[in-house]
Design a protein around this ligand. Structure first.
Ligand code: THU
Length: 129
């Protein structure tokens, strides 16, 4: 897990966050053991900004890696930052029980299941019923 946190921390350096100044990095490990990285990318039209978690997710999909094991998210906060609501829903598409580790730059971290972060998620069972 330390390796995944370290990867997210290194990715974070490449975040593009000139408007909020809040850089975030993410590292998403798939079941095959591959790791995909993401950063937040902001836009002058603020609402278009994408979070680190979703950009890592897009990188994994581009590589046809749809089975996900875990994600680490790193930001420079005292308490580790949990993924926003939009990212929780986006990640749940591929693994509603994804293991989510959130860490700060001091490596203070904890791990929680996405199922706990997003209980009663909107999912395919809901739309098929
Ligand atoms: N952000 C992320 O990338 N991930 C999170 O989990 C929380 C928020 C980004 C979005 C925006 O670029 C900046 O952090 C401030 O909200």
């Amino acid at each position: 897990m330390d390796e995944l946190i370290e990867g997210a921390r290194a990715a974070r350096e490449h975040a593009y966050a000139p408007y909020s100044g809040f850089k975030v990095g993410a590292a998403l490990r798939t079941r095959s053991g591959k790791v995909f990285y993401g950063v937040n990318v902001e836009n002058v039209s603020y609402g278009l900004s994408i979070c680190a978690e979703r950009s890592a997710a897009v990188a994994a999909v581009l590589a046809d890696e749809l089975e996900w094991d875990s994600i680490a998210v790193v930001a420079d906060t005292k308490l580790p930052t949990t993924p926003c609501g939009a990212c929780r829903q986006f990640l749940a598409e591929f693994n509603p029980k994804l293991s989510v580790t959130i860490a700060n730059l001091d490596k203070v971290h904890y791990t929680i299941s996405l199922a706990e972060l997003l209980p009663h998620a909107f999912n395919t069972e809901t739309i098929d019923s």
